[in-house]
Design a protein around this ligand. Structure first.
Ligand code: AMP
Length: 200
């Protein structure tokens, strides 16, 4: 068993597909097992498909708490995972994202498509605006997120993103190293302070 943690739960965003590289599923399993072993619950999209299903199954198999938050429309298409600790059914995708964010003390993105990118960019945007002060981790498995990190760097060097906001992305290539970065995270000054002191 690992050392006690200040995180009760982390929200994990990840693909509803498996992807072609088996290292994506390996990383989902490894992260889930690490979180369960550290006494950290998982909040996720509630589905049984793709990397989401791999993550939930591995966390449950390791004795962890897994809370799914699923919109009614997806439940009706029978995508819901049936063995979770708890499944919250909500009316809209917006409600789902807000509830996942409320339930979690921090966020991690594994490889994924539009859904994962949308969720991760939204929590970063909320952090940038001071809506929350929770860590945002990116598990860059097998270089999957290298192009995304390059785009973020491009946004910063072309003056469309501040360096302190780019630095909100805590990236690592291994689940253990990522969890260590999340533990070390200390929130930056509030958005309103940034707005007064940094933006002209
Ligand atoms: P994607 O990365 O496009 O596969 O979308 C995955 C992310 O979006 C997950 O973190 C989920 O929260 C959400 N999502 C997308 N598709 C589904 C689905 N079929 N069932 C549940 N959640 C989904």
């Amino acid at each position: 068993m690992n050392a006690p943690t200040r995180f009760r739960r982390l929200a994990v965003f990840c693909g509803s597909s498996l992807g072609h590289d088996p290292r994506f599923a390996d990383a989902a399993r490894e992260l889930a097992t690490l979180l369960a072993g550290s006494g950290i619950g998982v909040v996720y999209g509630g589905a049984s498909c793709g990397l989401m299903g791999v993550l939930a199954d591995a966390a449950l198999a390791a004795g962890g708490e897994v809370i799914g938050v699923l919109p009614r429309s997806l439940q009706e298409r029978e995508l819901a995972h049936r063995g979770l600790t708890r499944l919250h059914i909500v009316d809209t995708m917006h409600e789902r994202k807000a509830q996942m964010a409320d339930l979690a003390d921090g966020f991690v993105a594994l490889p994924g498509g539009f859904g994962t990118l949308d969720e991760f960019c939204e929590v970063l945007t909320w952090a940038q605006l001071g809506i929350h002060a929770k860590p945002c981790g990116l598990l860059n498995v097998a270089g999957y997120y290298d192009p995304f990190l390059a785009q973020v760097e491009h946004a910063e060097t072309t003056g469309l993103m501040l360096l302190i906001h780019r630095a909100m992305i805590l990236d690592a290539t291994e689940p253990g190293a990522l969890l260590a970065r999340l533990h070390q995270f200390r929130p930056a000054p509030t958005a309103s302070k940034w707005a007064e002191q940094i933006y002209p």
